[in-house]
Design a protein around this ligand. Sequence first.
Ligand code: AMP
Length: 391
Amino acid sequence: MRYISEMDIRGKKVLCRFDFNVPLDENLTITDDRRIKEALPTINHALDEKAKVIIISHLGRPKGREVDKLSLKPVARRLERLLEKEIIMARDCIGDEVRNLIETMNPGSVLLLENLRFHPEETANDEEFARQLAALADIYVDDAFGNAHRSHASNVGITRFVKESCAGFLMKKELNYFSKAMEEPSRPLVAIVGGSKVSDKLRILMNLVKKVDKMIIGGGMAFTFLKAMGHEVGKSLVDEQLLDEAYDIIEAAKKSKVKLYLPVDCIIAERMDNNAETKAVPVQEINPNWLGLDIGPASIKLFEEVLRNARTIVWNGPMGVFEMDKFSRGTFAMARIVASSHALSMVGGGDTDVAIHRTGESDNISFISTGGGAFLQLTEGKALPAIEALN
Ligand code: AMP
């Protein structure tokens, strides 16, 4: 795979695919612009080379229709501010207007094309659509790590038709950090896995068991494991169909001499509600009519001890229902522990990213991935279609 820094892009039409799928509030204000900021090194490099910088991205799920609320206009405004430069915005991502704008734009300027997913052909990886996108460029740069687990026209199909393809600086950073954390880690390597969906994360856990020295399981998924070990977990979230698999993971960890840590206590409540009465209890004492919604103080201490000598930490998934104050302490405490560690720390995007932002510790994590699904797919040990296409 080649990177943009190795290509001769001077004065050329450079089509850059970014993942500008950023969260917007009801006033269409961007509430987290990290994905845009992470794209700046690639854009600035292309501008320094006096390229015509043509940007494509998706935003949200318009399902193949033009949806005003999912226009990339707010992204254009934020980019303008970050680059301190005018951004030309097209009304579509293909067609005559786009071709004219590209012909007339000055080298060293930026054109942002409208949301790719306004066309159903994008997610269908349609060949003709990919051909039309490819025809806009001399060189295609994929820097959309957050979308790399998808096989779409703008990241996979296009590579078959465009003259030259390469990856951008964010893609490079994501893959380098991943490799430092998971492929050639300084040991001990400790994984922290939380969140609610055991089904989504089973294969990840199976793959992690082969690579890590220690594994901490928290969040809603911990209860499936606790139940598999014979504990009464009350009304806590349990995936009954996956009890055997959970047991297999516990056994696989034993066999590989991976130390597996589950919560020893938890915060329980009668219902998932910020106003509900709560108690901190050992996991052996969960009331049959209550449910566990966060890890307890003893678990936080235990996990802190487990992380103390870690040289590498990989984390995905919150330790509790951190969206509600009453059940957020475990996740926030873990964020502070990981942030204060001297280990190389890599955090998967999505919820974990949001939780860390709330603690104000983002700058103290070595790297927070911009990809949720893409990060998880790599952690599962599976190749990413967009990377394979670039290869
Ligand atoms: P995931 O998408 O699998 O990473 O799960 C993230 C979600 O898990 C968050 O929205 C949390 O609120 C939720 N979660 C974490 N701990 C629990 C728990 N003990 N019970 C129910 N949901 C939980």
